[in-house]
Design a protein around this ligand. Structure first.
Ligand SMILES: [Zn+2]
Length: 80
């Protein structure tokens, strides 16, 4: 891990979008050292700690449920 970390220290992390939690919250992982970031409630990028992982998990579930419900609503309204 040491040479990879040095690489990141020197060139900076190379974050890639790894997860779409909600429309506004996303998770990023560094391609080299696997450090993870997420969007905080005020829109800043912060380190993805286990606490934030839990928050994102719940957020994702709420977000997906709402999207599913919206979809069903539009579906049924187009049928009737
Ligand atoms: Zn890195």
């Amino acid at each position: 891990m040491a040479p990879i970390k040095l690489y990141c220290d020197f060139f900076g992390h190379n974050y890639k979008l790894t997860k779409h939690v909600t429309k506004h919250v996303k998770e990023y992982t560094c391609k080299h050292c696997k450090k993870q970031l997420t969007t905080s409630s005020n829109g800043e990028l912060i380190e993805l700690t286990p606490t934030y992982k839990d928050i994102n998990f719940v957020l994702e579930r709420i977000y997906n449920n709402r999207r599913l419900r919206l979809k069903q609503k539009t579906l049924s309204s187009s049928i009737y």
